[in-house]
Design a protein around this ligand. Sequence first.
Ligand SMILES: Cc1cc2nc3c(=O)[nH]c(=O)nc-3n(C[C@H](O)[C@H](O)[C@H](O)COP(=O)(O)O)c2cc1C
Length: 219
Amino acid sequence: MIHRYNVRIADCTFAKKNKILMENSYSIIEFNSILQNRRSIYPYQFEKGKKIPDEIIRQVLENANRAPTHKLTQPWRFTVFTDKGLERFAKMQTEIYSQFAGENFKEKKLKNLSEYPLMSSHVIAIGMKRSTDVSIPETEEIIAITCAIENIYLSLTAYGLGGYLSTGGITYIKESKSFFNLEETDKLIGFFFVGFPQDSLIPLSKRASIDEKTVWVNE
Ligand SMILES: Cc1cc2nc3c(=O)[nH]c(=O)nc-3n(C[C@H](O)[C@H](O)[C@H](O)COP(=O)(O)O)c2cc1C
């Protein structure tokens, strides 16, 4: 079943009534709709051979760069593969995987690693540069990157584009790091595959109600 989220008009009325919106206000209806319709779209769901302009990907990364970051460490590092770079990335990751996957090696995985980049418009490798100047827990650097990743997801949704974060393949192979200028204390977080969705009506994934995950304390 195709489920699309409809934002209640009340959300907007409430904001206006309570003067939450500023002079140059944002559309809460659109904002909620972007968030609620965000989804992971996989390379086999992309239009093959259709390239997104690099300027859009640059803007998406500018948006990622606005993520919250404790002590402004800004730990996200991106490597963008596109055009012939996608073949280079496919070759690189299949070689790393074949050499280092060991007992986790799977033929099906190797096939995906070689094919998924070529189905995509861009692949963004995401690394975490561990801060040395200021002392914050590593978890906080990862949280900051997670926020940057959500910014990527939401920006793509707003542009009508698709993508997903992959943490499979070579992500946790320690020998992969050096290919992305990451050092011992840094982390390879994953790969964001981006493309034009073939179909705009890809179903949303399920969520249990927020009420099951929230406790309100109001007295
Ligand atoms: C930290 C993280 C790692 C993920 N890694 C993978 C992955 O390796 N392979 C995959 O197919 N999806 C991966 N995903 C995407 C999830 O499968 C996807 O978010 C989930 O199915 C919910 O779908 P939705 O994003 O459309 O709501 C990852 C998501 C997150 C947040």
